[in-house]
Design a protein around this ligand. Structure first.
Ligand code: ZN
Length: 438
């Protein structure tokens, strides 16, 4: 057994009784929730906005007071280290999430994973825990892409996969560089936000589930086995706009009726046929959208998701087949094009084991489950093994002001994260080996 692994096992045993400071964690979450609080309800703390910057500033000051070293990188990511943690050439265990929200979002999506990572780092620092692979906490900038429409901006930048980053802009056309310069980033040094290959030994992300499964089953900890991939199909239905009073029913080519048939068929593909995990029409645009005119033209989307790429492909094929049938039956022309594809991502088996062991150390039941939502972890998965921990969401509510998790569950999840950080030290390939000069 390598010396570093012996050191790690020894450390794991000695620190089995270590726990996070739950009251401190909850207080920090409350304080963070005040930043970007929206008078209309919920929290509006959009990525790369002054509100996200204020959240980073609050966390940076809190870390400095705790004796940790915090800095904002050129892309706007907040990075927090224990003093003495090497900056370069040694792989680290990266742990975190994001602090931006959607418009009128919740207080926990992303923020929980960041505050928990900082709490874990504080506990490790206070107890002077010797880690062969040092931990770095991260708050990725602009995960949601609600203002600057490049979701996963910060994780892409850190992983070196941000393509043409400075071309990003808001809906009004204001470039990302203007936002970055005002929020602690540096557009001129954006490329320097990328870490050298091999410098992330592994990534752990703690997040609220954003769905109802854990709460329904009464299980406090979710061990994520994969993050769904998705395909969005852009569908165009062309019929004939005619007078709604004078055109006999049998003579119509009503594009909205055809679109309605497609929408129901999309739902059946997942709900009744079980071809893929979910299938959704979220966008419909009808023309001319006039009360007394038969609809001539409809644009809509069909989005299919699953953790299995074959099932995504079968979902797509099923939607296409239904569209062809509707076209034949309705006399409308139906065209289907790919709007977007993303591949599903698996978490690393050894990290899933580490998370399960951490939950068992703490006597917490756990459930292995997929993530139906996207996360920064899916971007980091391109450069390092990832692990994800879920805690229950009350009534499954997320991206809304009502987003909540029981305080006890928030503390449990953070303790699991702490023990996963300790346990990850012995996981495959995490022995603090140097990656060479950079
Ligand atoms: Zn999130």
């Amino acid at each position: 057994m390598p010396r570093s692994e012996l050191r790690a096992r020894d450390s794991l045993e000695r620190h089995a009784g270590l726990r996070v400071d739950g009251a401190r964690l909850l207080r920090c979450l409350d304080e963070l929730a005040a930043i970007g609080s929206d008078p209309a309800g919920g929290i509006t703390r959009l990525g790369l906005s002054p509100q996200e910057h204020a959240a980073r500033t609050y966390l940076r000051d809190l870390c400095a007071a705790a004796g940790l070293e915090a800095e904002t990188d050129p892309a706007g990511n907040l990075l927090v280290r224990r003093p003495g943690t090497p900056r370069r050439a040694v792989p680290v265990l990266l742990v975190g999430s994001h602090v931006d929200t959607v418009v009128q979002g919740g207080r926990l999506d992303g923020a929980y994973g960041v505050v928990a990572a900082i709490e874990v780092l504080r506990v490790l620092h206070e107890h002077d825990v010797d880690l062969p692979v040092e931990m770095v906490a991260v708050a990725f900038a602009n995960e949601e892409g609600a203002l600057i429409q490049t979701p996963f901006w910060g994780s892409h930048a850190l992983c070196g996969s941000l393509e043409d980053g400075l071309a990003a802009k808001d809906r009004a056309g204001r470039p990302v560089s203007a936002y970055l310069a005002q929020t602690g980033g540096d557009p001129d040094r954006l490329a320097e936000a990328a870490w050298p290959p091999g410098s992330v030994a592994a990534f752990l992300e703690l997040h609220i589930e954003q769905g109802p499964t854990l709460e329904r089953l009464g299980v406090p900890i979710g061990v994520v086995d994969g993050i769904v991939g998705r395909t969005i199909l852009d569908i165009e239905v062309v019929g004939e706009a005619q007078h709604a009073g004078t055109t006999p029913m049998r003579d119509r080519r009503d594009a909205l009726v055809a679109a309605a048939e497609i929408i129901l068929a999309v739902q059946r593909v997942a709900a009744e046929q079980g071809v893929c995990a979910t299938a959704t029409t979220g966008y419909v645009e009808a023309h001319p959208n006039v009360t007394n005119t038969i609809t001539g033209h409809v644009r809509l989307t069909a989005e299919v998701r699953d953790t299995d790429p074959d099932r995504i492909a079968r979902g797509e094929a099923a939607v296409r087949a239904e569209c062809a049938q509707v076209a034949a039956a309705s006399g409308c022309a139906v065209e289907v094009e790919i709007g977007m594809r993303s591949r599903p991502v698996s978490t690393a088996g050894p990290l899933r084991d580490v998370i399960r062991e951490a939950a068992e150390t703490l006597d917490l039941p756990h459930l292995t489950m997929p993530s139906g939502a996207g996360h920064d972890a899916q971007i980091v998965a391109r450069v390092a093994p990832i692990g994800m921990i879920f805690v229950p969401s009350k009534q499954g509510v997320s991206h809304a002001p009502g987003e909540d998790t029981a305080p006890g569950d928030l503390v449990h999840g953070t303790n699991v994260l702490l023990h996963a950080v300790l346990g990850a030290q012995t996981a495959v390939g995490l022995h603090g080996d140097h990656v060479g000069d950079v």
